[in-house]
Design a protein around this ligand. Structure first.
Ligand SMILES: [Fe+2]
Length: 246
């Protein structure tokens, strides 16, 4: 199985923060390749967390790259964002298959993911990022990486400090913030700054996550900020939930 991939100097664009992030993407892809060379039965959970880590880092990197290009007025930003979205969609699609408990051979999709990444990273950096690099070179200061996000969904119960609770669907999951989608209208008793605890519905034994309401959107739901950063086991549990509920 060909699981070799190298970050070489030809892939450097001369923009340090971007080059460092590209190198980190290669390192994370190499991590998946190393697990694939081991027996997957023994390291399924390692592959799963590597895939999630990679997916969240891709989101963080794309957000950073797009913010710099936007700031510097790249006229091809829309098509560049579409290229990023294509990889994001492929990763999410393969991650769902890798986590599917009925999938007896997840190493096939993990290998497919590795191959997609290998080809995509080299091709995208050499062609699309290189063309855009003049718009990445100037003024990268002051741009903060966005919170990494994973495109998954999960049902949760949020128990507020006034002892009232609400169930809804989490979307747009970041490590520091979440959006809880609710059927409209959102209850009037939920207001900004309310504090609560997020419970994963099928995992009663999982420690709830403390959160605070930062924005109520009556037609959509509520934006929550997390008091503790989400850890990988919690994200993994959410991915498993997604499979149980589908
Ligand atoms: Fe890019």
């Amino acid at each position: 199985m060909g699981t070799r991939i190298d970050f070489n100097n030809n892939l450097r664009l001369g923009v340090d923060p971007i080059d460092n992030q590209h190198e980190q993407l290669f390192r994370l892809a190499i991590g998946i390749g190393i697990h694939l060379n081991n027996d997957l039965k023994d390291c399924r959970s390692e592959i799963e967390s590597s895939v999630l880590e990679l997916e969240s880092y891709i989101s963080e990197h794309f957000g950073f790259e797009e913010a710099i290009m936007k700031k510097n007025g790249n006229p091809n930003l829309a098509s560049h964002i579409m290229a990023h979205q294509r990889l994001t969609t492929s990763c999410a699609h393969l991650r769902k298959k890798i986590f599917d408990p009925s999938n007896q051979a997840p190493s096939e999709q993990a290998f497919e993911l590795f191959e997609v990444l290998k080809n995509w990273l080299c091709d995208h950096i050499m062609k699309i990022d290189r063309i855009a690099s003049s718009y990445m070179r100037q003024k990268p200061d002051g741009i903060k990486p966005r919170s990494p996000r994973i495109s998954l969904e999960g049902r949760v119960l949020v128990e507020f400090s006034n002892k009232r609770g609400i169930t809804g669907c989490l979307r747009n999951i970041g490590f520091n913030s979440l959006f809880l989608e609710l059927p409209p209208p959102a209850p009037e008793w939920i207001v900004d700054s309310d504090e609560g605890l997020i419970h994963l519905i099928p995992f009663a034994d999982k420690k709830p996550i403390p959160c605070q309401v930062i924005r109520v959107e009556p037609e959509k739901g509520i934006a929550l900020i997390l008091k503790d950063k989400l850890d990988m086991p919690f994200i993994t549990a959410l991915v498993r939930m997604e499979h149980r509920q589908s």
